[in-house]
Write a protein that binds this ligand. Structure first.
Ligand SMILES: *[C@@H]1O[C@H](CO)[C@@H](O)[C@H](O)[C@H]1NC(C)=O
Ligand SMILES: *[C@@H]1O[C@H](CO)[C@@H](O)[C@H](O)[C@H]1NC(C)=O
Ligand SMILES: *[C@@H]1O[C@H](CO)[C@@H](O)[C@H](O)[C@H]1NC(C)=O
Ligand SMILES: *[C@@H]1O[C@H](CO)[C@@H](O)[C@H](O)[C@H]1NC(C)=O
Length: 519
């Protein structure tokens, strides 16, 4: 805590110890009052002592206040207080000081005190074999992981290759990755404690929700999340250029390992589930945690059967996200010529109307739904696929963790960027000529999303972290500047709306084993 100078402290204590009544009465003793130098409590010296004491008290308060002030002006939070936005992707950010509540009550030393009774974790007998492909006998059939989990191996290949000779994920590589990271996450204590070292602010509440996602993983699989040390960038665009880092040449030194929400075939960034699975609330968006949102979209999709769906393609979104693709898409807005209806989502208006018209569940009215990337990957992909309409994906450049499960002409229809409007028209014309097959493509896309339950999202996180941890050549230790994060500290920082989503997306300890990876 704050250190008081010892001198002031002792003066203050003397002042407190002195009986207050006597000090006061001293002023009212008329007989000896005038010249009482020889008295035990001469009024003059009493006055001097009181004055010094009062003065000291003021100084103590000032010291305490300035110590408090210094603490608050240094306290970094997951909401970006006292942090600059990332230099590689600046955004408007009033870094500000945390409110007193966040600085004091939400401090991990207060908010992360262990609960009186911890739920007893299941024996971790199987933990070391979480990734093993053999089902333990007697436990019954374990689910096999969806096929796209195999991408974990591809994503981590550069470090696995190096694991023999150069030591896989090293501290030096992590230091290199730090230059493009907004935070460092350290999980220790047998997967029970999480520390975060904050370097830059993340846009909106991404950092808060991403740390929450990891805490929920720890809650779902108590004691089974491996100890890890990882660098995370919460901004959109991948940063680890493949050609600049050896292009997969086994002789080249491995690239810096950097986690983020997406990657491309030309990058080595490691994709991790984005915040929107736990909900995305802004003044402008109101997207529920994924488990709820999928249910409601699926119910909405049931309301309009395929035959009753409008036989054209539909897109509704925000074209103003520095995406040339979405701007170009506005040019295809002609149901006669291009069979496409392109609607501008004005979030300001939507918010005023209580999101009644932007409800994702009421947007499953067309047989074809267009997906156009925004500034990078877009969280809208999963909502579009959930409708059961045939998804027309305009040549995606970015991959998130599950989009590697997409299969052209099987669970979506590819549309090219070049001659985009013609390509949309041709896809719609094909679909209307082959209605049953188009419907099946739509259903398989919806099925992919159905299988993307939160259980699968957590399993992906667990397997990814387990495989990554196995490549680390050092024991993770939280750096001295890191602060602990726990459910209490995250909930405490959140505003009411954010807290509603966080609480709604809280995980329960798993009853099933994680799915089995098949490489
Ligand atoms: C993991 O599996 C191997 C064999 O597949 C076994 O020898 C080992 O004991 C298992 N470890 C644990 C912790 O169950
Ligand atoms: C990667 O770096 C190379 C060489 O600097 C450059 O030509 C290429 O455009 C970069 N790729 C990406 C995807 O940024
Ligand atoms: C697209 O066309 C429709 C119908 O003509 C119109 O209502 C809508 O505003 C247009 N969309 C945009 C983004 O201009
Ligand atoms: C959205 O609507 C508001 C008024 O409701 C208007 O001021 C704003 O310019 C609109 N935004 C766009 C991008 O059209």
């Amino acid at each position: 805590m704050w250190e008081l100078p010892p001198l002031l402290l002792s003066t203050r204590l003397q002042f407190l110890r002195r009986p207050a009544a006597r000090t006061c009465m001293a002023g009212y003793v008329p007989a000896e009052g005038g010249r009482g130098r020889g008295a035990r409590y001469p009024p003059l010296s009493a006055l001097v002592v009181s004055a010094i004491a009062a003065f000291s008290a003021v100084i103590v308060l000032a010291v305490v206040h300035s110590a408090y002030d210094a603490t608050v002006s240094r306290t970094r939070t997951l909401l970006g207080h006292n942090l600059e936005p990332t230099p590689w992707h600046p955004f408007p950010h009033a870094k500000g000081r945390p409110p007193a509540r966040a600085a004091l009550r939400c401090a991990p030393s207060v908010a992360c005190l262990p609960p009186l009774a911890r739920p007893r974790p299941p024996p971790p007998a199987d933990a070391a074999n979480a990734s093993s492909s053999a089902a333990p006998p007697g436990i019954g059939k374990r689910r096999q992981c969806p096929a796209y989990f195999a991408a974990i191996r591809r994503d981590l290949a550069p470090w696995r290759r190096a694991a023999g000779s150069r030591g896989g994920v090293t501290r030096a590589l992590l230091d290199e990755a730090r230059r493009r990271a907004s935070m460092r996450v350290t999980i220790t204590g047998g997967g029970r404690r999480l520390h975060v070292d904050l370097y830059y602010a993340c846009v909106q509440s991404r950092a808060l929700f991403t740390v929450w996602s990891l805490l929920q993983l720890m809650r779902r699989y108590p004691g089974r999340v491996p100890d890890v040390d990882l660098m995370f960038d919460c901004m959109d665009k991948p940063a680890v250029n493949r050609t600049e880092h050896g292009n997969g040449d086994p002789a080249a030194p491995p690239p810096p390992p950097l986690f983020r929400y997406c990657t491309t075939r030309d990058h080595f960034d490691i994709p991790f589930p984005d915040w929107s699975f736990w909900g995305w609330y802004l003044p402008e968006t109101n997207i529920e945690p994924w488990s709820r949102e999928f249910k409601s979209i699926k119910a909405g999709a049931k309301a309009t059967k395929w035959v009753d769906r409008v036989p054209t393609a539909y897109w509704k979104g925000n074209p103003d996200v520095a995406s040339p693709l979405r701007v170009a898409l506005l040019g295809c807005n002609d149901t006669g010529l291009w069979r496409a209806e392109i609607m501008r989502q004005n979030w300001t208006d939507e918010a005023k109307a209580g999101y009644q018209h932007s409800k994702l569940s009421s947007q499953c009215t067309h047989r074809y739904k267009i997906y156009a990337e925004g500034f990078a990957w877009s969280v809208s992909l999963k909502y579009i696929l959930s409708c059961g309409s045939m998804a027309l994906l305009i040549d995606p450049q970015y991959e998130d963790f599950f989009s590697r499960g997409l299969d052209p002409r099987v669970n979506y229809w590819p549309v090219s960027r070049v001659g985009m409007c013609e390509s949309i028209r041709d896809a719609v014309d094909w679909g209307n000529a082959n209605s049953a097959e188009a419907e099946r493509v739509g259903r398989r896309g919806q099925r992919l999303m159905q299988d993307l339950r939160m259980a699968a999202v957590y399993d992906y996180m667990l397997h990814l972290l387990t495989e990554y941890a196995a490549l680390m050549d050092f024991r993770p230790v939280p750096p001295p500047t890191a602060q602990e994060a726990c459910e209490g500290s995250v909930l405490c920082l959140a505003d009411d709306k954010q807290r509603r989503f966080l609480e709604a997306s809280a995980a329960e300890p798993a009853v099933d084993e994680p799915c089995v990876l098949k490489w």
